[in-house]
Design a binder for this molecule. Sequence first.
Ligand code: NAD
Length: 418
Amino acid sequence: MDIYAGPVFDMARTQFHRIADHLDIPLDERDRLLYPKRAITVACPIHRDDGKTAVFQGYRVQHHLTLGPTKGGTRFSPSVDIGEVGALAVWMSWKCALAGLPYGGAKGGITVDPHALSRRELEALSRRYMQEMIPFVGPHTDVMAPDMGTNEQVMAWFMDTYSMYQGQTVTEIVTGKPIATGGTLGRKEATGRGVAYLAERAAQRIGLKLAGATAVVQGFGNVGSIAAASLAERGVTLIGVSDHTACYVDRRGMDVAALLKHVGERGVLAGFSNELSADPTELLATPCDILVPAAVERVIDAAVAARLQCRVLAEAANGPTTPDADEVLDQRKDIFVLPDILCNAGGVIVSYFEWIQDLQQFFWDEAEVNDRLYRVLQRAFVGVLDRAAREGVSHRTAAMAIGVAKVRDAKVARGLFP
Ligand code: NAD
C-alpha cells in the first residue's frame, strides 16, 4: 500500500493504529479497515486560453462501501496528491460513522492552483475531471461535494456534466450545489455554523461565556468565514484572522462584516488593512478563548501545541493537529479540544440532507435543515464526551473510537466476500 506513502497518510495511519490499540483490534483485521477500497487517478487535459494544451493530475479515493455509497469533497490545490486524498477519505469514513450517516468516506482532487486558471479554464477542468470519473461514481456509489478550492459553481458543472452523459438530470450525484440546481438551503453555511454551535456547547461545558469571548480563525474561505460570522452572532470578538495571502491581529476586535465584504469582492484577505498586518507563523499562539484552524492539515505540531493559549480548540479544518501534538494536548488539561471529525461534521451532515432531498425531490426549509443539523451534532457531541469520560481518553480518541468501531461492526456482521 505504498501508493499512499507521505506525511498526511502517515498521520492518518498513526491515528488509526492508536485507536485500533485502544479498541484491541487484532493486527490481521487492521489493513482491511484502514486501506481504501479503490483509488482512481486520471489525467485531465484542457485547452488553455493561450491555445496550448495542459494536463492536470486528478484523483478520487473511495475508502469503504460497507455502510452505503462513499461521500466526500473535491479539493483543487497544488498540494493534492494520492496520499493526502487517501488520508482525507479515511478521516471522512470515521466522521460519517460518528455522525451516524449511511456512508463510507471518499475524497478527490486535482493538483492545480485554481486561482491561476481563468473561469473558462476552471470550467473545462471541472467538467473533464467529472467526465473521467463517470465510470466510478454514482448516486448510490460515490457522491462528491466541495472542499478547498472548489465551490457551488464547480459542483453545478460536475452535476451538469454527469447529467449530460446520463441523458437525464441527476441532481443527487453531488452535494453543495447552488439552490437553483437542487442544492439545499443551509449547505454552504453548514460546516461553519456547526463549528460555532459546537464551540458554544464546549464553552458551556467549561463555564466560558461567549458574549465577550475572543476568537482567532486561520483560513477565511467557506468554513473559516462562516465560523467567524456565526461566532460573532453569538457575541464573540474576532481578534485574529488569516488566509494564504494575509494575516491580521487586532486585540480590540475586528469587523467581521467588513472582512466578509472585502473577501466577497476581492476573493482574498490581502488589501484589507496595512496597520493590522501580523506574523502568520505566530497567529495560532495568539492568546484567545476559541482557536479555529480552518485551512490546511498539520498546522499544529508538538511545538505549536505547547504554545497554544486558547481554551477551546475548534478544529474546523481536516487534520490540523498531528499525532505528536495530540500527545502534548493530552497532557494539557487547560484546552477543550473539538476534534476535526466532530467539529467540521456539519458539512457532510447537511450534504446528507441534500442527497436525501434530491432522491425524494422533496425540499425542506432552512429552519428544518438547521434544526436537524444541530440535533445530529448534539448527539455526536454528547456521545464523544460521554465515551471520553467513561474510558478516560481524549475527545479525539473517543470520537475516532466511535467511528472506527461502527465501521468494524458493520464489516464483521456482513462478513468477508466471497
Ligand atoms: P476554501 O478553499 O473555501 O478556504 C480555504 C481557506 O484557507 C482560504 O481562505 C485560504 O486562503 C486559506 N489557506 C490556505 N492555505 C493557508 C495557509 N497555509 N495559511 C492560512 N490560510 C490558508 O476551503 P474550505 O471549504 O473553507 O475548507 C477549509 C478546511 O475545512 C479544509 O481543511 C477542508 O478540508 C475543511 N472542511 C471543509 C468542509 C466544507 O464543507 N467546505 C467540510 C469539512 C471540512
